[in-house]
Design a binder for this molecule. Structure first.
Ligand code: MLT
Length: 202
């Protein structure tokens, strides 16, 4: 997968996996990584799917309606890419924290829904429930921050609450942070995510 890798301060530094929203690229979230943990390594990936020229991490049938088969395939592809990248760049595979926005948050959520040891933690900005009716792997002690919008027209508050519940039922520790700015990712939300990350992992 097309990506940028930046070394961390030390070999043991956390690796921030950056996952952009629809139409974004691997450069979009680089400033967020700086705000959250400037000592961390960064692995920023571009989605392999193109929707009329807009990069995404998996196909959708309509806005908010996922192509489930492609979602499963692309989630596996990303998980395997992480395994390969850890070998190539020499970071510990169990030290990866996702930061995703919108479509990127959805594929990060899908990693958690499908693979037990895919992520150590995740910051999900405006995620949806990636799949329903499946049993989740054991997510005991995985830390998750969800940034949601009370008035987000794409990810309704009920869906944010449902995602929190599904992750918690699998053992994850979830903090749900509310904003009032629709589907946008605002400075205050990133600050809240940064505060959460630094209280858990620093
Ligand atoms: C998705 O397709 O992942 C969601 O609808 C969010 C987005 O528009 O990217």
């Amino acid at each position: 997968m097309k990506h940028i890798f930046q070394k961390g301060k030390s070999i043991n530094s956390p690796v921030l996996l950056l996952l952009h929203g629809t139409g974004g690229t691997e450069t979009d979230l680089l400033p967020l990584a700086q705000m959250i943990d400037k000592d961390a390594a960064v692995l920023s990936v571009r989605g392999n799917v193109s929707e009329n020229g807009m990069p995404r991490f998996f196909r959708r049938l309509a806005e908010g309606v996922f192509d489930e088969e492609d979602l499963i395939f692309r989630t596996k592809e990303l998980n395997e890419f992480l395994n390969e990248a850890s070998e190539k760049y020499g970071f510990a595979r169990d030290n990866v924290y996702a930061i995703g926005y919108s479509n990127g948050a959805n594929i990060a959520g899908s990693l958690l829904f499908h693979y037990e040891d895919s992520l150590k933690g995740a910051i999900l900005h405006h995620p949806m429930v990636p799949r329903r009716g499946i049993s989740l792997p054991n997510l005991t002690d995985i830390q998750v921050f969800i940034g949601a919008g009370k008035n987000d027209p794409l990810c309704l508050p009920e869906e944010s609450n449902e995602l929190q519940l599904l992750l918690e039922q699998a053992g994850a520790l979830v903090e749900l942070h509310w904003e009032n700015n629709g589907h946008s990712l605002t400075q205050t939300e990133v600050e809240a995510a940064s505060k959460w990350y630094n209280s858990k992992f620093k």
